[in-house]
Ligand binder design. Structure first.
Ligand code: SAH
Length: 334
């Protein structure tokens, strides 16, 4: 087995969960891993989430914003090479408003109407969500971060969990393929939160899931707290998969920030999506949501390299495929 298993202690219980989760994943997806390209278009943010390394009040962050032309150019060059989903992620930058994003989405979709555009842009009004959908965006990622109301309020001084859930509801209502998730190991997390988090995902009827460990970000109020253990987060991947066989489960970058190689382990626990970063380096180095992100952020230096790495692990990188979640396809096939 891969050397990561020699470096990391996983409990018997987790290893068993992984085995079951992988078997189930194989039965739905085979060994295929959908590849998405993520563009971090801006690190300017009006919000002040306590855990986040680009929160609005951080004084030392060098702020950047990619131009519309830059975003479209990056997207087009990767679509030309076989990427079939482009993920646009950023802080809540007032300049990158709905009109700005709609123009970008329309340009990408007119270049290739078959490719999917995924948004990870935070809070908007229902009207905005509908406008973004009409412009051609297909999917939306928005985590609820924690299902613990008190903790949510502490971490997001300007918002309640109820409001976040209302946004998630509105995004689904606008017709998006919906992705959500949470962080594990947040300071202040209580017994039972993980089970509640997983149940919340199930009850929201999400099509895609991104879960990851909390990683302390230097300069934030939470910089001195510790991340959770690998065993804990890997067992959560497996549990999520076992509960929801037909959703797309992403192996998130934060996994490798915990320990190099852990992201590879998440495939063995049921992940079937990888999102290499396609943001230009000069910009990307300032998109530090948490420590070590820049160091572990998997690059898409070449498709053959990503394919080779996944092949070594026993998986097959899937390019030229949109890879909508089977749950979404089922819901929309009648
Ligand atoms: N502004 C968008 C995108 C947020 S960044 C939005 O609000 O949806 C994407 C995700 O990174 C967040 O949802 C959060 O779960 C994760 N993240 C941020 N800071 C983190 C940290 N310190 N450790 C681990 N994950 C973090």
């Amino acid at each position: 087995m891969g050397s990561i298993y020699n470096k990391i202690d996983l409990s018997e219980n987790t290893l068993n969960l992984m085995k079951d989760a992988r078997k189930l994943t194989d039965s739905v997806f085979g060994q295929g891993i959908y590849i998405r390209g993520i563009i971090e278009y801006s690190n300017i943010c009006r919000r002040d989430c306590l855990y986040c390394g680009i929160r609005g009040s951080m004084p030392k962050v060098k702020r950047y914003r990619l131009s519309e032309d830059d975003i479209v150019k990056i997207a087009e060059s990767h679509i030309k090479n076989g990427i079939k989903t482009v993920v646009l992620q950023g802080g809540e930058d007032p300049v990158v408003n709905t009109e700005y994003l709609c123009r970008v989405i329309k340009r990408i979709k007119s270049f290739d109407s078959e490719s999917a555009v995924t948004l990870s842009i935070g809070k908007k009004s229902y009207k905005d969500y509908c406008a973004l959908k009409s412009a051609g965006a297909d999917r939306f990622l928005i985590r609820f971060e924690t299902s613990n109301e008190k903790l949510y309020k502490k971490l997001h001084p300007d918002e309640t969990l109820k409001e976040r859930l209302k946004d998630i509801y509105n995004i689904k209502k606008a017709g998006f393929e919906l992705g959500s998730g949470f962080m594990t190991g947040l300071p202040g997390e209580e017994d039972g939160d993980t089970d509640r988090n997983i149940n919340m995902l199930k009850n929201l009827g999400v099509h895609m899931i991104g879960v990851g460990p909390f990683i302390p970000a230097p300069g934030t109020p939470l910089e001195n707290f510790y991340p959770p253990s690998v065993d804990r987060i890997i067992s959560i991947y497996a549990k999520v998969r076992l509960m929801m066989p037909d959703i797309n489960l992403a192996a998130t970058t934060a996994m490798d920030a915990l320990h190099t190689g852990v992201r590879a382990l998440s495939f063995d626990a049921g992940a079937n999506v990888l999102m290499p970063n396609i943001t230009p380096y000069e910009a990307r180095e300032n998109y530090n949501l948490y420590s070590r992100k820049g160091k572990v952020d998997k690059n898409l230096s070449s498709f053959s390299k990503v394919s080779k790495e996944l092949k070594k692990l026993g998986y097959k990188a899937l390019y030229n495929e949109r890879g909508d979640s089977p749950k979404f396809i089922k819901e929309h096939s009648v």
